[in-house]
Design a protein around this ligand. Structure first.
Ligand SMILES: Nc1ncnc2c1ncn2[C@@H]1O[C@H](COP(=O)(O)OP(=O)(O)O)[C@@H](O)[C@H]1O
Ligand SMILES: [Mg+2]
Length: 342
């Protein structure tokens, strides 16, 4: 059976007035029905551009220059643009970080949820209203009939994000693309919203792509992770594989940067240095300038994503992937145990 979504070697470039920015440089990923995958990486690593490219929602003047998108085994890449956009938007809906910007401030939230059922699915006004109330109930909005009439500013951030999820669901997608959906929320509400998305995945066999800069968020609900750095996937694998023995120093550094609840805040670790300028990516591994383990070979070729021996579905783009266990010496503070589920 083919996966719900397959992306192969996606490249996105952004022509700027005096330079050319290589925002996404060969990203491949797959999502099965009922599966939640996580895409994690620091700000600027190309996560949002990747998601937007999947939906044909790239900001001008960004453009896909290479790669293919396969939905249910059908390669949509070469289809005429209108047909392709329809197939992609029928299959996938997006949830954004900032619910206040995503929602129309002068329209009642219920009407915003009812819009797609009414306009795109052709329901009567009454049926669309009932569908909106049902969706609000599904995403855990209490008293949906009453809240139907609320305006976005009258709801809390967590409730607004639930409204955005209800809108995404209203198009009856098979995949939800969620771009930092909980970043604007405080930790308790964050967990609730992630649970709503995960419940929908379980109940409706939805595929979920969850994007976050925060590995702790990703590890709460995703079963597989793609780690992005400078527009590339530098490591991918099951959450267990990555958390128990990361095979790329960048993943390792990200794990160390996750705040440990037992440490005082001032000891929170960050990764020293800056990601490369994507208009002039240096030769070799793009993490090499920040990596404590860099050797001369790292500056010569950019290592391809390579399967880890004896670990199915685990891959790393580091020339030292086989000696990763020795990196533990490099991490004076233990990697916090993030594994919450079996
Ligand atoms: N509209 C745009 N114009 C120019 N550069 C952009 C635009 N959007 C994103 N970029 C650049 O593309 C790269 C990837 O951005 P993005 O996908 O938003 O990263 P992330 O979501 O991982 O933080 C960054 O270098 C960013 O500066
Ligand atoms: Mg982003």
């Amino acid at each position: 059976m083919s996966p719900l979504l397959e992306v192969h070697d996606l490249h996105v470039e952004i022509p700027l007035p005096h330079a050319h920015l290589y925002a996404v440089r060969g990203v491949s990923l797959t999502v099965d029905a009922g599966e939640s995958i996580g895409v994690v990486g620091e700000s600027g690593s190309g996560k949002s551009i990747t998601l937007r490219a999947l939906l044909g929602l790239l900001p001008r003047p960004a453009q896909v220059t290479k790669g293919s998108i396969i939905l249910d085994g059908v390669d949509v890449t070469g289809l005429p643009e209108r047909r392709r956009t329809k197939m992609l938007t029928d299959a996938m809906s997006m949830v954004f970080q900032d619910s206040l910007t995503a929602l129309n401030p002068v329209m009642r939230v219920g009407d915003q949820i009812a819009e797609v059922p009414r306009r795109r699915l052709g329901m009567s006004k009454r049926a669309a209203h009932a569908r909106a109330v049902e969706l609000m109930d599904q995403v855990g909005i209490p008293e949906p009939e009453r809240r139907f009439r609320a305006y976005p500013h009258q709801l809390s951030g967590g409730m607004r994000q639930r409204v955005c999820i209800a809108i995404a669901l209203s198009a009856e997608p098979r995949l939800i693309l969620a771009d930092e959906p909980t970043t604007a929320l405080d930790v308790t509400i964050q967990a609730q919203v992630l649970e709503v998305i995960d419940g929908l995945r379980r109940d409706h066999q939805l595929g979920v792509v969850l994007v976050s800069h925060d590995l702790a968020v990703i590890s709460q609900t995703c079963s597989r992770i793609y780690v992005m750095y400078a527009g590339r996937v530098i490591e991918s694998g099951s959450i267990r594989q990555l958390l128990s023995l990361a095979r790329h120093p960048y993943t390792f550094a990200l794990l160390r940067a996750v705040p440990d609840p037992d440490l005082p805040v001032h000891r929170l670790l960050t990764i020293p240095g800056q990601p490369p300028d994507l208009t002039a990516v240096p030769a070799g591994c793009s993490f090499a300038p920040r990596c404590a383990l860099t050797e001369p070979a790292c500056r010569e070729v950019d290592p391809p994503l390579t399967a880890v021996p004896k670990e199915p579905d685990h891959a790393s783009a580091c020339i030292r992937l086989e000696t990763a266990s020795q990196w533990l010496d490099w991490a004076p503070v233990g990697v916090p145990d993030l594994v919450k589920k079996t």
